[in-house]
Design a protein around this ligand. Structure first.
Ligand code: COA
Length: 420
């Protein structure tokens, strides 16, 4: 059960009304979002697709008279954490109309959301940030990274032959929805940061909107099966081009998810062998992508590291007790949390590979830090040592940073391959 109490009251600007939208207000809600991002207005097809995943009772909109001037929303996810999975509120569709900016509308929506998430007992909240300066004040910390990669096909030979006894096929949407959902579920068990996607969500991910094609082909959906079991998939588009020396196309890889090492290698080899393509480009890839070590030229995946998700521990004790730790250990953390004061104070964490407990304590702390920084550290994607060197973690008792890093260590970089 969450600890009682809401955060400091924040009054919405006078004359504005904040409430969830009704289904018939979806177009106005989506239009506001598109306008804040300078994008085209939503089509009927896009609205129909979005309706499948929208949780109307978890939407929020500020109304100025009849007009929507700010929006936010939440998806109810499960997030894989080291050694388990926890409920996680996926914060989305945040926008404030330019005419109403910097009057506290975002702050009021964040207040309403975090109180609601806390009341529902969801220990985590996550989001993708358009700008890095926005969400730290609300207790979100940068918890995962992702890579944008580009490979020249002419230099992308495998270092050695990889064994592959499976079968690759291009599949239609209904087959993909069911097979890809199963693969996703298997893959996410051991991948901290990954969100659970049911068939409804997979169907949404596979919706092939014109808006997303940007001059490239419709989706290709490749399924890899081993002994009749689906174990990996890739979704991509082709963008053909020709120059004086011949075909110069780009394969845009939107998703490659594998539940086994064999499926992973077979799918990458397939992607790198599509004819007429000069290069492969992909975004939202894991930063510890094994591909580099499959290729003869390990410099070939030219990589740019970007922000992944920002994570907020809405209930510090439940979140810390809800993951497992690489080695047995005990830590007392003193947490500062102005926006969610129910988290402020000292917590004693005792945990290891098979169990963990976390309680409030009066014991003197080993480490002191802000809730946002604990969010950045939680999945193991950043090291306590790094944040100590950035003067964000204060080591009160000598040796605690090394102990914390040993406990929070994970064997895969956290990665969130789905957008929301
Ligand atoms: C980002 C955005 C939602 C902020 O909404 P807002 O209602 O203006 O935010 P608030 O008035 O509640 O601001 C709260 C604080 O954050 C600061 N802040 C908010 N957005 C900021 C930004 N983009 N850059 C710098 N500071 C920002 C404000 O200055 C204010 O600081 P203060 O408390 O010290 O005065 C709004 O500018 C927007 O819609 N931007 C375009 C779409 C977008 O980026 N959405 C976010 C998607 S993840």
């Amino acid at each position: 059960m969450p600890s009682p109490g809401a955060g400091p009251a924040i009054s919405a600007p006078a004359g504005l009304d904040l409430r969830p939208i009704r289904p018939e207000e979806q177009r106005a809600y989506s239009t506001l979002m598109r306008r804040t991002f300078g994008a085209s207005l939503p089509t009927d097809e896009e609205l129909a697709a979005a309706r499948e995943t929208t949780e109307f009772d978890r939407t929020l909109a500020f109304f100025d008279g009849p007009e929507i001037v700010a929006t936010a929303g939440i998806f109810s996810y499960q997030m894989t954490v080291p050694g388990g999975a926890l409920p996680c509120a996926g914060v989305t569709r945040v926008g404030v109309l330019t005419t109403h900016r910097r009057r506290g509308l975002l702050t009021a929506m964040m207040r309403r959301q975090l109180d609601d998430i806390h009341e529902r007992g969801e220990p985590l909240a996550a989001l993708y940030a358009s700008e890095t300066v926005i969400y730290g004040r609300f207790g979100y910390g940068l918890a995962t990274y992702q890579a944008a990669v580009e490979l020249e096909r002419s230099h992308a030979a495998f270092a050695a032959k990889v064994p592959s006894s499976g079968r690759l096929s291009l599949v239609d949407v209904p087959t993909a929805v069911s097979a890809f959902t199963r693969i996703w579920e298997q893959a996410r068990r051991n991948q901290p940061g990954m969100l659970g996607l049911d068939e409804r969500w997979m169907r949404y991910q596979l919706t092939d909107l014109e808006l997303h094609r940007e001059g490239a082909s419709p989706h290709y959906r490749a399924l890899y099966q081993s002994d009749g079991n689906p174990s990996g998939f890739a979704v991509y588009r082709l963008k053909l081009d020709w120059d004086a020396s011949g075909p110069n196309g780009t394969l845009r890889l939107e998703s490659l998810i594998a539940a086994t090492a064999e499926a992973y290698a077979a799918l990458w080899r397939y992607i790198l062998e599509v004819d007429l393509m000069a290069r492969v480009s992909a975004e939202m890839r894991p930063v510890d992508e094994p591909l580099r070590f499959l290729l003869a030229d390990s410099r070939q995946p030219k990589t740019r590291i970007e922000d992944g998700i920002w994570l907020r521990l809405v209930d510090v004790a439940a979140a810390l007790a809800g993951r497992r730790y690489a080695v047995e250990g005990r830590l007392v953390l003193r947490v500062r949390d102005e926006f969610c004061p129910w988290n402020a104070g000292s917590f004693e964490l005792t945990g290891g590979p098979t169990s963990a407990e976390c309680h409030r304590t009066d014991a003197s702390p080993d480490l002191e830090l802000d809730a946002a920084d604990l969010g950045a550290l939680y999945l193991g994607g950043n090291r306590f040592r790094t944040l100590q060197e950035a003067q964000r973690v204060n080591e009160v008792r000598s040796g605690s940073v090394a102990r914390a890093d040993a406990m929070f260590a994970i064997d895969r970089a956290p990665w969130c391959p789905s957008h929301f």
